[in-house]
Design a protein around this ligand. Structure first.
Ligand code: MF3
Ligand code: CO
Length: 274
């Protein structure tokens, strides 16, 4: 995907820029979360995020990216990622994944969350909770790991420990992030023999596992964007942008820097300030 491009290792000052972008993404998430309810359309949610981003003086990163037509990706039920906001109405019991990216002074933040609406199937609640746990376990693994392959180890371990079977999507992966939304290295959510690049100061990555309630295989709809599960089962997607600093990791897209999400894993994030 990235050919021979080199990894862009960041300085403290550059990560400060990524933090500003990350906080805009966090604010957009919070506003969208508040707006999600039965009866709203996915286009309504896009408008909410667009306003938060423009009010902050930031730029949405998805809009126009390879021709992508919206600020958010909103992926509902069997949609895994890259759902295009439009007239679709959110209903009770839906599984709604919201992905958002913003740019401040050329620096990027990228994060996603899944919400399960009231009257949900408990299995969908478990799907999202397990995906969120997989994301935090993978982020936590960056704090002590040697190579990026710890991400795939952590996601697979959370899925193995779950009491039902989930598919781990393989066609879409996490990525380096900084002066562009997508940079090397690719961040796989499954184990491979290649342990990947060393984890070292300045590495910034978006960690984004996608789990399904069925098979892991995917299909792209005729709109050329929306990725759905091949078997029609529901999916969840959680993502955060993480910086590796000299004294620890910092989740630039989490309002609290990752304190709450990492606590169950015994990891305390460290704000990286010059
Ligand atoms: N946020 C997605 C990712 O995590 C990218 C969205 S694709 C876009 O990599 F085209 F909508 F921007
Ligand atoms: Co991403």
């Amino acid at each position: 995907m990235f050919g021979r491009e080199r990894i862009e290792y960041k300085t403290a000052a550059q990560v400060a820029g990524m933090r500003r972008a990350g906080l805009v993404v966090a604010a957009a998430h919070a506003a969208v979360r508040d707006a999600v309810q039965p009866g709203v359309t996915t286009a309504d949610l896009d408008a909410v995020a667009a306003k938060v981003i423009s009010d902050a003086g930031a730029t949405p990163s998805f809009l126009g990216y390879h021709g992508y037509p919206a600020v958010l990706c909103v992926s509902v039920n069997d949609e895994i990622v890259h759902g295009i906001p439009g007239p679709r109405v959110i209903r009770r019991g839906d599984v709604v994944s919201v992905d958002c990216g913003a740019i401040v002074d050329g620096w990027h933040g990228d994060a996603a969350f899944t919400m399960v609406l009231d009257d949900a199937d408990p299995a969908d609640v478990a799907l999202s909770a397990t995906t969120e746990r997989a994301m935090w376990a993978a982020v936590a693994a960056l704090a002590s790991g040697d190579r990026l392959g710890v991400v795939g180890d952590a996601v697979e371990q959370v899925v193995e420990d779950a009491d039902v079977e989930y598919g781990i999507v393989q066609e879409y992966v996490g990525h380096g992030i900084g002066t562009a939304m997508h940079q090397p290295p690719e961040v796989l959510n499954y184990r491979t023999r290649d342990r990947g690049p060393r984890l070292r100061e300045g590495l910034c990555v978006a960690i984004e596992p996608m789990l399904t309630r069925g098979a892991r295989t995917t299909r792209v709809l005729d709109d050329d964007w929306t990725v759905v599960t091949e078997d029609g089962q529901r999916a969840a997607h959680w993502e955060h942008t993480v910086a590796i600093g000299p004294e620890g990791i910092w989740v630039t897209t989490a309002a609290d820097g990752g304190v709450a999400g990492l606590a169950p894993f015994g990891v305390t994030p460290v704000e990286w300030v010059a």
